[in-house]
Design a protein around this ligand. Structure first.
Ligand code: KIV
Length: 257
């Protein structure tokens, strides 16, 4: 059974939690898909894997290149691709062109873009009207790192109300799901109860309709990770050990045996 945007909404109604992770190439995508991940996000967080300090420098061409590789590895999961910084904020025409390129060139089924009320609502409504499925993203939005930092959002009543209203406006604009990043658990619960579309949390507590993590954090590949990430294995150590073992065997002429 292939995962669709409609399926995610149905799963919310049934109380089935949605499993999402990020991917950046064929090999990782194939492993995640075969392991049963429902939604694969080609996130601009792959900036970490590409050696960028923030998500700001990554380009649409880089996202397209990696999304195509991910697409080749996936049979079942829904693939969502992030629109990078300043490839959708300038004008509706720019957003349409960027989102259209993702769908036409990569074979992914949807795009995600950051931000809400009022700037992004009109843009999202028009993309959705054009037949482009859009996932929203509110709370901590890393493309605004130089304004927000990487701090938890929604801690004051005013900020919590703004995020709640943004989520409602994005649902009305037609997003099929919404990422809630680094906000208090009770605010995520309130948004999740208010919306008919699924909320996918990252650092937003247990009550969201699904969870997403950055796969390089989960696998222990990243040099540092946010406080809310869970590192399930340490591939940095595993890879270092394997490479050192290989190097030793080559130097001692034990490989090939
Ligand atoms: O780019 C990304 O990986 C994301 C997640 C943090 C949701 O947007």
């Amino acid at each position: 059974m292939v995962v669709t945007t409609q399926k995610l909404i149905q799963w919310k109604q049934q109380g089935r939690s949605i499993v999402a992770l990020t991917a950046w190439d064929y090999a990782i995508a194939q492993l995640l898909d075969a392991a049963g991940v429902d939604l694969i996000l080609v996130g601009d967080s792959m900036s970490v894997i590409l050696g960028y300090e923030t998500t700001l420098p990554i380009t649409l061409d880089e996202m397209l290149y990696h999304a195509k590789a991910v697409r080749r590895g996936v049979k079942r999961a829904l693939i969502v691709v992030d629109l990078p910084f300043l490839t959708y904020q300038e004008s509706l025409q720019q957003a349409m062109h960027s989102a259209g390129s993702v769908l036409k060139e990569t074979g992914a089924q949807a795009v995600k873009l950051e931000g809400g009320y009022p700037a992004m609502v009109e843009t999202i409504a028009r993309l959705v009207q054009a037949g482009i499925p859009v996932m929203g993203h509110v709370g901590l939005t890393p493309q605004s790192v130089h304004q927000l930092g990487l701090r938890q959002q929604g801690k004051t009543q005013e900020s919590a109300e703004r995020i709640l209203n943004e989520a409602i406006a994005l649902e009305q604009a037609g997003v099929f799901a919404i990422v809630l990043e680094h906000i208090p658990t009770d605010l995520a619960l309130q948004i999740t109860q208010k919306l008919s579309i699924p909320t996918i949390g990252i650092g937003a507590g247990i009550h969201c309709d699904g969870q997403v993590l950055v796969t390089s954090d989960v696998l222990g590949l990243a040099e540092r990770h946010p406080p809310f990430a869970k590192v399930y294995t340490n591939l940095r150590d595993t890879i270092t050990q394997a490479v050192q073992d290989y190097a030793l065997e080559v130097r001692e002429r034990k490989f090939p045996s």
